[in-house]
Write a protein that binds this ligand. Structure first.
Ligand code: AR6
Length: 189
């Protein structure tokens, strides 16, 4: 469990709820699952591999047909979700960590914002995010968690939608870091 002093796994912004859970994002029953994609939208390992494996080939076929030029870092595109228990997959492209002076923080925030905008634009009531850029792209976890949560809270304050944003963290250590950062943001607000 990630509860306890200094940790928080649920936070409300008006009628919207932000949740932190541990798990595999491909098990989520939500309107939109966010993929940690690359700018060529070429598929890969981690979340991307799991989504295309479980979702089946229709997701890549639609991606290639609709977005042949890929997607710039800091942005996102949307497709159907194939065999997953979701309506949509939102392919968000976070930055590769290069030491912190290459605009990574703004690009990571922008990837989250664009994914949330697409979710709202498609009337999604619930969205599941992985910890973008924290795997193969090596973004330091605490900083990435703070940006993910701060950007989401700001978006929910401004837009009052989507009603549920759930971060699905693959292991307990990652959930703990997110829960610590969420507690800090809640204390600061
Ligand atoms: N469910 C939830 N989280 C997961 C899962 C899963 N099934 N699998 C891994 N994670 P990554 P990135 C966690 O590497 O850093 C791909 O090859 C993982 O532990 O998936 O944005 C793409 O094609 C980590 O905390 O995404 C790109 O080329 C987090 O999800 C590149 O990797 C993100 O790890 C994107 O790298």
């Amino acid at each position: 469990m990630a509860s306890g002093p200094g940790k928080l796994t649920e936070y409300h912004v008006g009628r919207c709820r932000l949740e932190l859970v541990q798990g595999d994002i491909t098990d989520q029953v939500v309107d939109a699952i966010v993929n940690a994609a690359n700018s060529r939208l070429a598929g890969g390992g981690g979340v991307d591999g799991a989504i295309h494996r479980r979702g089946g080939p229709s997701i890549m076929a639609e991606t290639k047909a609709k977005y042949p030029d890929g997607c710039p870092t800091g942005s996102a595109v949307i497709t159907g979700a194939g065999n997953l228990s979701a309506k949509y997959v939102i392919h968000a492209v976070g930055p590769i960590w290069q030491g912190g002076n290459a605009g990574e923080a703004e690009l990571l925030a922008s990837a989250y914002r664009r994914a949330l905008e697409l979710a709202v634009g498609h009337s999604c009531q619930s969205v599941a995010f992985p910890a973008l850029s924290t795997g193969a792209y090596r973004y330091p976890l605490s900083e990435a968690a703070q940006i993910a949560l701060r950007t989401t809270i700001e978006f929910l304050r401004q837009r009052q939608s989507p009603p549920l944003v759930r971060f699905v963290l693959f292991d307990q250590a990652t959930l703990n870091v997110f829960a610590e950062e969420l507690a800090k943001l809640a204390r600061a607000s």
